[in-house]
Ligand binder design. Structure first.
Ligand code: UDP
Ligand code: MG
Length: 321
């Protein structure tokens, strides 16, 4: 492929996906070869420890459009996605999960829609999540409601990281100073003309989810703090509430003394002290989240390191954009 930019790049982040790789390659290749477009598939191996790297090497021998970027260590889905996006060269770039939950056939619809309506972003929107567990549906629902409140209505509900971006949109992302933005929030925020393509989310074709609850919580925390300082205001409101309650208590105590009743009972004092202590800890923790973000931003460490790129072109940067 060399330096020529293909019409389409397909970015696939993968972490320990040896079991789905043969299925993915067959189905994705079938779709892409049928499109009659020049394309590259950018497989980002997110520091896999299984046979993913070897399998990719094997695939490359038979699939010249496959480009393999390996990250030095496991850096997480978002970082891997960013790495692939930043190094992709296509006129349009589609990001897709490796586990075939996002049907590759939809790529054709996304491309057609983007071209016909001159859109910079086409979201893949899940028409149906019945293949996900009830727990995943519940937590995902809460997540999207919360994020839509922060980002605004331009963020489609139920749109994950299966989407198409134009070269212009990718360049706009590259120009952001953030190291590894939460893409599903930042992309709608960019404000480009966008459209949606609905698709049925399938079940994972093979292997296990790489998103345990801990990673889901981390993504949620990062999503909120990367987009809004509003939670910090919770501390102010709680403080004001505390002041109000205290003022009422002081009046009650004064009245009790004046009318000859001494205030009795230490449990009420204990409860009040414990409550205030808990509120203070909560607010400190909240503050800590943001201080932590400032700290990481200040360190400005790359979100990922490129260990190798099978088709590096003229880019020689060793780290993140
Ligand atoms: N993934 C990754 N790095 C990670 C975790 C996941 O590149 O640290 C990839 C994974 O291989 C898959 C995609 O991100 O292609 C989505 O992950 P998964 O399907 O496990 O998440 P789920 O669909 O269960 O939310
Ligand atoms: Mg999946």
């Amino acid at each position: 492929m060399g330096q020529q930019s293909p019409a389409l790049s397909v970015v696939v982040p993968m972490y320990n996906e040896e079991s789905v790789l043969p299925l993915l390659a067959e189905r994705l290749r079938g779709v892409l070869d049928g499109l009659d477009e020049t394309y590259e598939v950018v497989a980002v191996d997110d520091g896999s420890t299984d046979a993913t790297a070897a399998a990719l090497r094997g695939l490359r021998e038979r699939w010249p459009q496959l480009r393999v970027i390996r990250l030095r260590r496991n850096s997480g889905h978002q970082a891997a996605l960013n790495a692939g996006l930043m190094r992709s060269r296509g006129e349009y770039v589609v990001s897709i999960d490796a586990d075939l939950q996002d049907p590759p056939e939809t790529i054709a619809d996304m491309l057609a829609l983007a071209r016909s309506q001159n859109l910079d972003i086409v979201y893949g929107v899940r028409a149906d999540r019945s293949s996900d567990t009830a727990f995943k549906r519940l937590t995902a629902g809460a997540y999207y409601r919360m994020m839509r409140r922060l980002v605004g209505k331009s963020m489609p509900a139920q749109a994950g990281d299966f989407r198409l971006l134009s070269r212009t949109a990718v360049e706009a992302l590259r120009d952001l100073p953030e190291r590894s933005p939460v893409l599903r929030l930042v992309v709608p925020w960019l404000g480009f003309p966008s459209g949606e393509v609905r698709f049925e989310r399938a079940e994972r074709a093979a292997g296990r989810t790489k998103y345990p609850l801990s990673k889901m919580l981390a993504l949620a925390a990062e999503s909120v703090t990367s987009f809004s300082a509003a939670p910090l205001r919770v501390a102010t409101w709680l403080g004001l509430l505390g002041v109000g309650v205290c003022a009422l208590l002081v009046i009650a105590v004064v009245v009790a003394y004046a009318t000859g009743h001494t205030v009795s009972g230490w449990p009420s004092i204990l409860v009040a002290v414990l409550f205030l202590g808990a509120v203070q800890l909560l607010c400190l923790g909240l503050l800590g989240e943001y201080v932590g973000r400032i700290y990481t931003a200040l360190l400005a460490r790359p979100a990922y390191f490129i260990a190798s790129d099978s088709d590096p072109g003229d880019e020689t940067d060793a780290g993140a954009a």
